[in-house]
Design a protein around this ligand. Structure first.
Ligand code: ADP
Length: 394
């Protein structure tokens, strides 16, 4: 990396992985980026430099960091050793939940950290790790601004009917509302559409962020109008190990009949459900696609079914549809999942271009399709860097 220059570091600390990137300022060209994956299992760090050279770090058996704290500490040391004189102006962090208080990026201080910690029960797979990332960066980059960028921010300021539950009103006032997540990904895609597909960007679009975590967002004129995710990151689509939409009566049943407590139910809904729960095999779509087991086929079938159903519901919510965008690990890479979702949407005027889909082109619908179908890789790290730069300039 060039010395004498300045830049930003972004950290996206998840439940089993830490994504990171270093960007040059003010160009926002990425100098280094990658992921420390499978923490606690077969941990591996893979990064790409600006010239696309791949750097891979593996550990001898039993030597890999097996806790988040260990992985974070290793990663930050590893990054610092590669900065080569580059001055980090600020560190941007993906923080999943901003609650009612934060509808834009903020420079964190102790009071803000305490407030964000109160939201941990709403996103137990993410929020504690996100905050640990901030602490780890604070301890190494002394005096450097730590900027929290929220996944909920893109969905804030929705009208009452879009973010309320039909529960006693005082719960709404207390903050029991639909928040929606994956906002940094949606915002990135919204900018991409504005640049490359301005006509559609100003219309009605559903973005399907299908990854380990999965949700859909309906946008009108570039703004979030509805999301499949709600109060926590459990609602909507089934995910790798999260259940998605669930009749609350099931939870009452689990408590009353199986005598399960909060922790047991929370573990089941966050960690043992979704693709993993249905298949009994894996939370990973690649593994399921490669499996001959009926339970793996059932899991994919349910994922596709719910995706079609939620897409139809979102199209109804925004009274029409001009474009669908697929993004996230599954949305970007699974030809089969895209094909099966779109094959069921002929009634909306969707017509797939099989070859374009197989080749994972950007436009995957035929020229006759009334709804433009796109595949656009997301880049949450870049969105965070953009927010950090804007925040530092104001
Ligand atoms: P996260 O929510 O953790 O950021 P990702 O967006 O990285 O998740 O998506 C991970 C998911 O993408 C996994 O289910 C993985 O199997 C799936 N995936 C990645 N590549 C492919 C592929 N080539 N075919 C099918 N699924 C894929």
């Amino acid at each position: 990396m060039p010395s004498q220059s300045k830049g930003y570091l972004t950290l996206n600390v998840g439940s089993s992985s830490i994504k990171f990137a270093v960007f040059d300022a003010p160009s926002l060209n990425r100098l280094l980026g990658g992921e420390l994956d499978a923490i606690g299992a077969s941990t591996v760090l893979v990064a790409k430099s600006a010239d696309d050279g791949t750097i891979r770090h593996e550990w001898d058996s039993g030597k890999a960091p097996d806790t988040h704290a260990g992985a974070l500490a290793f990663l930050i040391d590893w990054l610092v050793a590669r900065l080569d004189g580059l001055q980090i102006l600020a560190v941007g962090h993906r923080v999943v939940h901003g609650g009612l208080s934060y509808d834009r990026p903020v420079v964190v201080d102790e009071a803000i950290m305490s407030k964000l910690a109160t939201l941990e029960p709403l996103a137990p797979l993410h929020q504690p790790h996100n905050l640990a990332g901030i602490r780890a960066a604070q301890s190494v980059f002394h005096g450097v601004a730590q900027i929290a960028c929220f996944d909920t921010a893109f969905h804030s300021h929705q009208p009452f009917v879009k973010d309320c539950f039909a529960l006693p009103r005082d719960l709404y006032d207390e903050g029991v509302r639909r928040y929606g997540f994956h906002g940094l990904s949606y915002e990135y895609i919204a900018h991409h559409l504005e640049r490359d597909f301005p006509l559609h960007a100003s219309g009605r679009v559903v973005i399907a962020h299908l990854g380990n975590g999965a949700s859909m967002c309906a946008m009108v004129n570039g703004h979030s109008a509805a999301s499949t995710m709600g109060f926590s990151a459990l609602d909507g689509l089934p995910m790798g190990s999260r259940c998605g939409q669930l009749d609350p009566g099931v939870m009452l049943y689990l408590m009353q009949t199986r005598k399960m407590d909060v922790n047991a139910i929370s573990n089941m809904l966050y960690k043992d459900s979704g693709l993993k729960g249905i298949s009994g095999i894996s939370n990973d779509m690649r593994t399921l696609e490669a499996s001959d087991e009926q339970s793996a086929r059932d899991a994919i079938e349910y994922f596709v079914y719910r995706a079609k159903r939620e897409l139809g519901a979102l199209a109804a919510a925004i009274e029409g549809l001009d474009a669908i965008v697929f993004t996230g690990g599954i949305g970007e890479n699974s030809v089969m999942v895209r094909e099966r979702i779109l094959a069921g949407l002929g009634w909306l005027g969707v017509e797939l271009d099989d070859r374009a889909n197989r080749e994972s082109q950007t436009i995957i619908s035929s020229p006759r399709s009334r709804v433009l179908c796109l595949r656009i890789p997301t880049n949450e790290e870049h969105m965070i860097a953009q927010h950090v730069q804007t925040r530092m300039q104001t």
